[in-house]
Each structure stands twice: as C-alpha cells, then as structure tokens.
Design a protein around this ligand. Structure first.
Ligand SMILES: [Ca+2]
Ligand SMILES: [Ca+2]
Length: 366
C-alpha cells in the first residue's frame, strides 16, 4: 500500500533496489563476455517484497479511459497458417552465448496459426473493455519506462531513481493506457503495440481470444520463416535493398533515439515489410513473450514441439525491441533471447498469440 510519504519512499527504494540489483549483476555478466551488451534490453524484475498495491490505478485507469469502439479501428487480429516442419533452433555462432543462444539443434513443430501483428492497443482495449481486466502494472501501481521518454514533470517525482538506474525508471501510474506515466496517453497510438503487458496479462488476453502464447520453438520457427542459419527473418543484413526491415535503435543509447528507421519509440504493428510467412515485426518494435520457462541449457538431441523446462523463475521473451542497438543490446535476431519474471512490465515489452485452430471471427490472411 502507498499510504503516506515514508511508506511510499520505502517501496520506491525497494523497487529501485530491484532495478539496481538486476542491472548491476546482469551488466557485470555481460561485460565479462561481450563488452557493451549489458542491461538495456534485458532483465527487469519486480522485487518480491514489492507487493501489489491492489487499489492504486484501477480508478485512475478508468478515469483515463477513452471512448473508442472497435469500429473506430481496423482490426489487427488476423492470423496466418504456419505449416509444421523441422528447423534448426538457436545458433552455433552465438553473439551472446550467455543467453543460451546455442547450440543449433533440430526441432520439429506442429502446424499452428500465428497473429500477423503484435497485439495493438486497440485490440488490447477491446479485451479490457470486455473483461474489466486490470493489468499487473496497474495493480502494482507502476512500471519501467525508458528515461528519455518520460516528461520532465513526471521525472521530478522520481528524481532519486535517476542516479540508481540510469535509463529504466519505475514510473508511478505507467501502464498500457498511459505508457510514459499519467501525462501520456495511447490516444494517438491505438495501432501501436500494447506495452507494459506482463506475461500473466498476455496469457489472459490470449485465452480471451481463443489463442495461447507461442512456445519459444514456435516463435523462432515463425521468425526464421523457412530461412536456414540466418540472423534475421529476411537474411543476414540489417537492411534489405537499402530499407530498414525492423524498428530498432539508431543513435547513441540511451540518450538519442534518432528514428532513422522511421520511428523513435514504438511503431504501428503494421509497419515494416512482413517476413515470407506474412508476419510483421517479429524482430524489433517490442519484445514478445513466449510460453516457456527460461533456461540456457538445451538438449542437442532432436525434439518435437519442445516446451522448455517444467518450471523456472523467468519466462522467455524473443525478438528484441525498439530499444535494441547493435553496440548495446544486439538481440533483434531470431536466435536471440532474453528473460523476465512473469509479472515484469516495461515500455518495450508486448506479445502476440498463436492457436492450434483458427478462432471464430479471426481473418486468415495466408
Ligand atoms: Ca527505431
Ligand atoms: Ca516484435
């Protein structure tokens, strides 16, 4: 509960210390192995002692609610059919070996359907309006936001956190509808991916639409789109025919997001060319949750429909985000991976769903 200044300060310190702990240990591991690949696009965790406030933003969320109906937005819930097959998951040339990118191992996946796009704010709003779902960021009362995206007004209240965690700040009142805090809104970003979505929130959304989260193997199979041993969904070069193919970071991280790829921050879920399976933004834009628990140890033996470990501490996320830069967080590759606890939320973390059968009302585009 956030009653009174001292209690509030206590929780702030707890939260900041969670960021600091995570970043310092993670950053240290990275620096040993890969130079600058430290904590920019990786592990953020809520401190276990930081309990859900329960009340904080449910009311605020409703105050900030906008009256938009589904008819106001073109639906982006279409899916493609992916015929099952075998592929090599992971890589024998890992750029970040400590992430468990290797070894390359043969994996088979059954046929499945996958969302063409990351789940947009408009789609997520339909879910919230229909179910009354309150996201974990709303229940906790805050979420991690990249410092450079936060207004000076909001920053004033979290000044202490700046020194402790230079680019990720826990912003009170930040959640999917107010992505950079109370003075921001998704109003002009309804076709952008829903962010500040925890794994638990994503599971609930996917259930609601008759879908589920992809396994890591399914996600990577879809990312590779039939190409073998390539870094990206479209080949080994970042640009194709001189064009950017994904929303990542150009400029100096974390201070200058130049947006040379067309977008500083998130891009509409429909942006950039689809891969050959018809899927947009598998790489970049926002990280995408998968079903699997995190491990960096993988069997080299052939596996059918692997689902990862039976239990664990963190969940696997794939694809990198608009915050990833080659010199800093080179994870916008199909083999790249990272992890967060299931209740973590951040301004670069979203999802898409898959299904074994085509849900009713969903358009099949390929
Ligand atoms: Ca960009
Ligand atoms: Ca993505």
């Amino acid at each position: 509960m956030w009653k009174g200044f001292f209690l509030g300060l206590y929780f702030t310190v707890q939260f900041i210390s969670a960021v600091q702990d995570t970043c310092s240990s993670f950053s240290y591991g990275r620096s040993l192995n890969s130079g600058k690949q430290d904590c920019g696009c990786s592990v953020l965790k809520r401190n276990n002692s930081f309990k859900k406030g329960g009340k904080i933003t449910d009311g605020k969320s409703r105050e900030g609610k906008i009256n938009l109906k589904s008819a106001d937005h073109e639906r982006t819930n279409s899916m493609v059919f992916l015929k099952g097959g075998k592929f090599f998951m992971g890589t024998d040339k890992p750029f970040l070996p400590m992430d468990g990118e290797g070894p390359a191992r043969e994996v088979g996946v059954n046929s499945f359907y996958m969302d063409v796009y990351e789940v947009s704010n408009a789609e997520f709003e339909l879910f919230v309006n229909s179910t009354g779902h309150v996201t974990e960021a709303e229940k906790f009362g805050d979420s991690f936001v990249l410092e450079g995206k936060i207004s000076e007004e909001v920053k004033k209240d979290i000044h202490q956190a700046v020194a402790a965690a230079p680019w990720w700040l826990p912003v009170k009142g930040a959640h999917w509808r107010n992505p950079e805090g109370p003075d921001s809104h998704i109003r002009e970003r309804m076709d952008h991916p829903a962010i500040h979505i925890s794994w638990n929130d994503a599971v609930q959304f996917c259930k609601w639409v008759g879908k589920r989260l992809p396994t890591e193997a399914e996600w990577e199979y879809a990312c590779r789109a039939g190409l073998q041993n390539k870094k990206y969904s479209w080949g080994n070069k970042l640009k194709k025919d001189g064009q950017y193919m994904a929303n990542t970071w150009q400029g100096t991280f974390p201070t200058r997001d130049l947006g040379q790829d067309g977008y500083a921050g998130t891009a509409p879920v429909t942006a950039y060319p689809a891969n050959s399976y018809g899927l947009h933004n598998m790489l970049g834009n926002v990280w995408e949750w998968t079903q699997d628990w995190w491990t960096i140890r993988h069997s080299v033996h052939y596996q059918e429909n692997p689902k990862g470990p039976h239990s664990g501490r963190d969940k696997v996320k794939k694809g990198g985000s608009y915050m990833c830069h080659k010199s800093y967080c080179y994870r916008y590759r199909c083999a790249a991976r990272s992890q967060n606890s299931a209740d973590t939320t951040a301004s670069n973390l979203g999802f898409r769903c898959v299904s074994d059968e085509l849900p009713r009302g969903v358009k099949l585009v390929k």
